[in-house]
Design a protein around this ligand. Sequence first.
Ligand SMILES: Nc1ncnc2c1ncn2[C@@H]1O[C@H](COP(=O)(O)OP(=O)(O)OP(=O)(O)O)[C@@H](O)[C@H]1O
Ligand SMILES: Nc1nc2c(c(=O)[nH]1)N=C(CO)CN2
Ligand SMILES: [Mg+2]
Length: 206
Amino acid sequence: MKFEDWEPLYEEILDYFSFDRDADEEAARILADLLDRDDLPALDTLCRGRTVTVCGNAPCLPRQIDRIEGTVIAADAAAEVLYTRGIRPDAVFTDLDGATDALVEMNRQGTVVVAHAHGDNIPLLRAWVPRFSGPIVGTTQAEPSGRIHNFGGFSDGDRAVFAAHALGAADVRLVGFDLDDPSVDPVKRGKLIWARRLLALLGHDL
Ligand SMILES: Nc1ncnc2c1ncn2[C@@H]1O[C@H](COP(=O)(O)OP(=O)(O)OP(=O)(O)O)[C@@H](O)[C@H]1O
Ligand SMILES: Nc1nc2c(c(=O)[nH]1)N=C(CO)CN2
Ligand SMILES: [Mg+2]
């Protein structure tokens, strides 16, 4: 999605959650300074013309693992659910609130980390980004610039789906998405409401 098409949705999201655009922009600048590389070509190769399965972290994910096909992209903590079951994801979209040493190890083995900067994760960016030795791509939900990309989408899972489409995946499948999950807290509930609206724009009706 082009930023000019994303920006009105982004403004609505900022308003909905009372997030601060200046803080998001500051986070993007900090991430740009922390990164010495842009492994977008690796992420592009994983997606372009391929079947891509994006794994969300709903409680149903373990039961749906047998539906995974093609390139495996995990949304944040879904990566560990997969890894502990013998699947190392090809890429992980994360704002680093679910980051662990296991993600550093997956990245060392070749998993592309797609690290997202926003106004509420600046300390996490500083703590984790320097630890990744493998392929890494930086994203923002604000205006993209240089090596900091914006494919559209908001939460880790829907950003992964937006990126797969933007990078020319032939088919994008979703597993581990339960947008009516009653076990989530109110902020997460809001994020899942937005996920449903955003994913519908790409033809994923969940
Ligand atoms: N029922 C669900 N509970 C949690 N995540 C879900 C669910 N359904 C889909 N997802 C997707 O899986 C992603 C990763 O989930 P995780 O529990 O790791 O969340 P998170 O890192 O706290 O999310 P975020 O940082 O995006 O708020 C979410 O961002 C969301 O897009
Ligand atoms: N400012 C801000 N932006 C976000 C946040 C958040 O908590 N704060 N959570 C997100 C979910 O991945 C995505 N973007
Ligand atoms: Mg997260």
